[in-house]
Design a protein around this ligand. Structure first.
Ligand code: M6R
Length: 608
C-alpha cells in the first residue's frame, strides 16, 4: 500500500521528470492519489490530486516541476478518503518542510488532537501528514532535521516508512520503521523508494535499509543512522542484477497477461534461485518440527492450501494452512518452541504476516519463509528464507508468484518424502524431474491450448453477477485462487469451494445455464462424477479445466472444456491455475477493467 520515491541530485534541475518516472514504476502500490513536491530556489513546490499517476501528471504538469530534489507519493487510501487534500506529500504548518509516508500511524488520532492543541495547522485527514508535523514539532525547537526526525519518530506508533525534506538544504531524509524502503547511490544523485523498480533507472548501486534506521541522502552519498541512539551504521551497497525490462509490458497489453506468460520462465528460474544449504536446512526444520503451520494471505494462502495436500501425500507430514490475519487469534495462544511457521508472501511486507512472525518469534518458534522480494522485511525476520526468483511482479493480481510458490512446495514435499521413505525413490525422483524439466513446457502448452476458449467464455460469464469455482483435494486451493482472481479483476462474486461441500447448501442456487467452473486433478476424476452430475441434472453450465478425460467429457460441452496437457496428478494444481487466470484476465478485459490495477486494491498491504 502506497509508494514513495524521493531523490536529491546535483545533476538535475528538472527533478519532476525523474520523480514521475519513478512514481510510474510504483503504480501497483496505490492509485487513489498522486503528489509530487520539489525544492526549487529555496521554495517547496507541491502539486497533488486524486487519480492515477498518468492522469494527474498530465493534468498538473508534474514532470515539468523544476528543482534539484523532491518526493513523489502514490496513495492507497486507508486514513482519509482519496481526495486532493488527503493526497501526499504534505506540508508542515509554514511550508518549509514536506514529506510523505507509506504505512500506518496507529496513534494518528491522539497525535492529531495533541498537535492541533499545540497550534499545528493540520489540513488533511491522512496519517502521512502527522509524520510531517511530528518532525516540525521538534525542528521548530531544535533547528536540526536529524534530531527532529529522531524525536518525531518517538511520537509515532505503527509500521511506516517516510521521506521528508527541508527547503533550505540539499538533503532528503528517510526513515524505515516496518514498511519497505530501498536506497540507491547514483552518480551525483541518491534516491529512496518503497521498491526497486523506481530506483533501477537511476542506479543499480543499491543500499538495503533496516527497520529502525534513518537515511540522510545527499547528492553524493547516503549516511545511515540508528534512530534509537543516532549511531552511524556502516553498510556497503550491492550491485543489483534485477532485470529492469521486467517492469515494462514488453508488447503485452497488460502486465497481468505478460506475467501469466512468464510462468514457464519463472518456473525455470525458481530452481536457480533456491540454493543449498538453505533448502536442505529448510526441509530439516520441517522434518524436526513438532507442528507445522503454513501462513499466507490471498493468493499466497491459496498456495499454502495446495501445499498442505502435498505435505500429506508426498512428505507424510501434516501442515496446517492458516490465513495470515487469522493466525494469532486462532493459534497464537498455543504457539511454542518446536513449532515451525512457514510464512509465504510475494512481497515479504504483508502486515498480517509480519505480525505473525513477531508473535511467533517471541514464543521461540522457528520462522521459515518463501518470499519473492529480496531485502523485504520477511527476509530479515526469517530463520531461513527461500527466494522464488520470479523477478518483479507488477500486476496487482498475483499469477507467476502463486505458481512458483506451489511449485516450490511440491518440490520440498517430494524431497522430504524421498528422505523420509514416504515416497519410493523412483516415484520421488520422477516427480522432481517433472517439476524441474517438464513443467515449464507444460505451462507454455497450457497457455497455448486454453487461451482461445477462456477468451470466448467471457461474454457468457459476463451475464452473471456471481458463480462458483469448485475444486477437490489438490485442486481446492486452485479453485480458491481462480475465484479470487475473478473477484479481484472482474468485480464478480466468484466463490471458490470444495466441490463435495456444494451440495450442503449452495446447490440451491443452480438453475438453467448457471455457470460452475470445476478444476479436476487426474486421480480425482472418477470421484468428481457425482459432483458434476448433481449440478448437470439441474441445468448448470459446467466449465471445466482438467486433462483430456472421456468420463469428464460427458458433462461438458467441447467449448467449455479447458483441456490442459497430460501430466502427473501432482503437477495438476500448478497447471490448472493457468486457465483460471486466463479466464479472469479475459473476462476483465471484456468488461473493460484494467486487470493490472483493480479498484480499491494495492499489491502490498502493509496494514492490518
Ligand atoms: O505479498 P503477499 O503475497 O503477502 O500478498 C498477499 C495478498 O495480498 C495477495 O496475494 C493478493 O491476494 C493478490 N493481489 C491476489 O491476486
Amino acid at each position: 500500500m502506497c509508494g514513495i520515491f524521493a531523490i536529491t541530485s546535483n545533476r538535475r534541475q528538472d527533478i519532476g521528470q525523474i520523480l514521475v518516472e519513478g512514481a510510474e514504476k510504483l503504480t501497483y502500490r496505490g492509485y487513489d492519489t498522486v503528489g509530487v513536491a520539489t525544492v526549487h530556489k529555496g521554495r517547496i513546490l507541491l502539486r497533488k490530486d486524486k487519480g492515477r499517476i498518468e492522469e494527474v501528471a498530465a493534468k498538473l504538469g508534474l514532470a515539468e516541476m523544476p528543482g534539484h530534489k523532491g518526493i513523489a507519493q502514490l496513495r492507497w487510501a486507508t486514513f482519509g478518503a482519496p481526495s486532493k487534500v488527503n493526497a501526499q506529500p504534505h506540508f508542515d504548518c509554514d511550508k518549509d518542510i514536506a514529506g510523505a509516508h507509506n504505512g500506518n500511524i496507529v496513534n494518528y488520532l491522539p497525535l492529531r488532537e495533541l498537535y492541533t492543541s499545540e497550534g499545528h495547522i493540520i489540513r488533511s485527514m491522512n496519517d502521512g501528514e502527522i509524520c510531517v508535523h511530528a518532525v516540525e514539532r521538534y525542528y521548530d525547537k531544535i533547528g536540526d532535521m536529524v534530531e527532529a526526525i529522531r524525536k518525531g519518530c518517538g511520537d509515532l506508533r505503527g509500521d511506516y516508512a517516510f521521506a521528508i525534506m527541508h527547503k533550505d538544504d540539499d538533503k532528503v531524509y528517510a526513515v524505515k520503521m516496518g514498511s519497505s524502503l530501498f536506497a540507491g547511490i547514483g552518480e551525483g544523485e541518491t534516491c529512496v523508494s518503497s521498491d526497486l523498480p523506481s530506483i533501477l533507472p537511476v542506479t543499480r548501486n543499491i543500499l538495503n535499509v533496516h527497520d529502525g534506521e534513518m537515511l540522510i541522502l545527499s547528492p553524493e552519498s547516503i549516511e545511515i543512522r540508528q534512530i534509537s541512539d543516532n549511531s552511524v551504521v556502516e553498510r556497503s551497497p550491492y550491485i543489483s542484477d534485477a532485470d529492469i525490462r521486467v517492469a515494462q509490458k514488453g508488447g503485452y497489453p497488460h502486465f497481468m497477461l505478460k506475467e501469466i506468460h512468464e510462468q514457464a520462465s519463472s518456473a525455470r528460474s525458481l530452481f536457480n534461485a533456491v540454493r543449498e544449504p538453505y533448502i536442505t536446512n529448510f526441509e530439516q526444520a520441517l522434518i524436526d518440527a513438532e507442528r507445522i503451520f503454513f501462513v499466507g494471505c490471498g493468493s499466497s494462502y491459496h498456495a499454502t492450501s495446495v501445499a498442505s495436500y502435498y505435505f500429506n501425500d508426498l512428505a507424510g507430514l501434516s501442515a496446517i494452512p492458516v490465513v495470515g490475519g487469522q493466525f494469532i487469534s486462532q493459534f497464537g495462544q498455543t504457539i511454542r518452541k518446536g513449532d515451525v511457521v512457514v510464512c509465504v508472501s510475494q512481497s515479504g511486507e504483508t502486515k498480517d504476516i509480519i505480525d505473525v512472525v513477531h508473535h511467533c518469534k517471541e514464543r521461540n518458534s522457528r520462522i521459515l519463509s518463501i518470499v519473492n522480494v529480496l531485502g523485504s522485511t520477511l527476509t530479515y525476520l526469517s530463520d531461513i528464507y527461500l527466494p522464488l526468483g520470479c523477478g518483479f511482479e507488477i500486476s496487482v493480481p498475483a499469477t507467476k508468484t502463486y505458481t512458483s510458490q506451489v511449485i516450490l512446495f511440491a518440490y520440498i514435499a517430494a524431497r522430504i518424502g524421498i528422505k523420509q521413505g514416504v515416497l519410493s525413490k523412483d516415484m520421488g525422483e520422477t516427480l522432481l524431474d517433472e517439476l524441474q524439466t517438464q513443467l515449464p513446457d507444460l505451462l507454455e502448452q497450457t497457455i497455448a491450448t486454453t487461451t482461445v476458449k477462456a477468451r470466448s467464455l467471457a461474454p457468457y460469464l459476463d451475464q452473471f453477477p456471481h458463480f462458483y469455482v469448485l475444486g477437490y483435494g489438490l485442486t481446492h486451493g486452485v479453485a480458491l485462487e481462480g475465484a479470487l482472481k475473478i473477484k479481484e479483476v472482474c468485480y464478480i462474486v466468484a466463490d471458490g469451494m470444495y466441490s463435495s461441500e456444494f451440495k450442503h447448501g449452495p446447490l440451491s442456487i443452480v438453475k438453467e445455464g448457471y455457470p460452475i467452473v470445476f478444476t479436476v486433478a487426474p486421480n480425482d476424476a472418477e470421484h468428481l462424477v457425482n459432483h458434476l452430475s448433481e449440478v448437470e441434472c439441474r441445468g448448470a453450465r459446467i466449465i471445466l479445466t482438467a486433462e483430456d478425460n472421456s468420463l469428464l467429457k460427458r458433462y461438458v460441452a467441447e467449448e467449455d472444456y479447458l483441456a490442459v496437457p497430460s501430466s502427473s496428478h501432482y503437477l495438476s494444481p500448478i497447471i490448472q491455475a493457468v486457465p483460471l487466470q486466463l479466464l479472469a484476465y479475459h473476462l476483465a478485459v471484456f468488461k473493460k477493467i484494467d486487470p493490472d490495477y483493480p479498484r480499491n486494491i494495492s499489491k502490498t498491504l502493509t496494514v492490518r
